[in-house]
Design a protein around this ligand. Sequence first.
Ligand code: SF4
Ligand code: SF4
Length: 426
Amino acid sequence: MNSIPQKTYFFSENEEAFQAGPVDFREPVAHLVEIIFHKFKHLLPQNRDAHILLKPNCNNDLHPLLGNATDLRILKSVVNGLKERGYQHIVIADGPNIGTYRKQINVFSRLGIRSLCRHTGVRLVDLNQAPSVRVDLFTDTVAIPEILFESDFVISLPKFKTHAEAVVSFAMKNLIGCVCGVDKRKVHNDLPANIAALNKEIPVHLIIGDGLIVMEGNGPGDGQPFFAGMLLAGTDSFWLDGVAARLTGFDPHRIPAWQNASTMQRASEKQLASLMAIQPAFQLVPAPARGFWVRFLDHPGLAAIRDKTRFLHSQHRARTFLYRLGLLQDVYSQDNSRIDRLVFYQHRCDACQLCEAVCPLGSPPCSPSHDPSACLRCLSCWWICPHDAIAIQGKPGYILEHRNRFSQRLKRLRDQMLKSHTAWNN
Ligand code: SF4
Ligand code: SF4
C-alpha cells in the first residue's frame, strides 16, 4: 500500500487537497480509501454513535463504468472503513436527476446501490422525497432534505466528469443532488451562482472524490469513460474542484461555478498561483459547447411550454429522435431489467482480471469465491468483460440500449485499463 503515489496540495493552513493515485487497475480501491481515512482521521467524529451521511453522485442510471455515477467500490470501501472504526449509523443518500425522477426510474436499483445497502446493512435515503426545509439560494428558494442538516458528519462522494453546461462536474456540483425533486430545475435559473450558494448552505465535512473512471467529452450523459485511477480528497469543495480541474487539463477560472465561488472564497493571488502551478496528469477532452437549439430548448423562460407539451417530448421515440439530432444527452427507458443470475463461459475467458478489479465484492463469476447469493447484480463484471465470458440470464431490458450506445467507448476504456499497469509504473 505504501507504494501508492500520494500528494498534498496546500493552499493555506486549513485548505488542502489530497491526491491518492494514479494506480493501475489491479490496485484494490479499498487501499486508496484507507489512505484517505488515515490522512483525515482527525476529522472523523469522536462519538461512534454519530450519524454519518454519504452523498454519492447517482445523477442518472448510467453505470459507474461509463463515467457518470460514483463507483460502488468506493462506496463499499467507505462504508467498510467507517464500520471497522466503530460507526454504525450510516446512511447513503442522493436525489437522482429530474428526468429519471419524473419517469419513476429507480436509479438506486439500476446502479446496484440498493443491493449494496442491503449487503452492508446501511440505510438508503432518496433525497428527492425526503422531508425538507426551504433554503434560499441565489435566485430561488428550494427544498433541501432535513437529514443533511441533522447528520453529524456528511461525506460527499462526487464523480469527476465533463459537463456541457457547467464545463466540469465534481465536488461543488455534486450538491445539486441534494435539492429535492423538481426544485432541481430552479437551480438552473443561474447555475454557477446557485451551485456556489448550495455549497455555502449544505454542511460537508469530508469529500472523497471518484477519479477512478471519469468522463470526458459530451458529459454528463453522453461522454466517454476515461481511466484515471485516482481518488481526490479534502474538506473544501472549492479547492478540490480547482485541483481536479488542473489535474485534468482545465483552467478552473473557465468553470463558471468555480469562478463565481472564488469571489466568495476570497482566494488570494498566492493561493491561486499555487493552484495554477499544478501540472495536468491528463488532458481530458472538454464537453462541446451547447449549440443554439440546445440552449434555446433548455431556456428557463420556456419551462411552462415544456411542461405543457411534456406528454409529447417525453415519449421514448421522441427523446431518441432528439438524442440522434444531438439535442439531448439522455434517453431514459422504463423497460426495467431482471437479472436472475450471471453465467460464466470459461472457454471465452483469457484471465485478464478486469472483472475482478471492478467487482465491488472482488469475486466475479470467474472467481472460485463467487457467491451468486451475495452478488449485487451491479453488472460491473458483465460491462467490463472484453470477451462476453459473462452473460446475463434474465431480462436485460434498458441495459441493451445502454450497451449499444457505449460498446465502442467501453472498448477504449478496457484498453486504457489494461495499459495502465505499464503507464503508471514507468
Ligand atoms: S459478480 Fe458482477 S454483478 Fe456481482 S457484485 Fe461482482 S461485479 Fe457486481
Ligand atoms: S473480464 Fe472476462 S475475460 Fe477477463 S477475467 Fe473476467 S471473465 Fe475472464
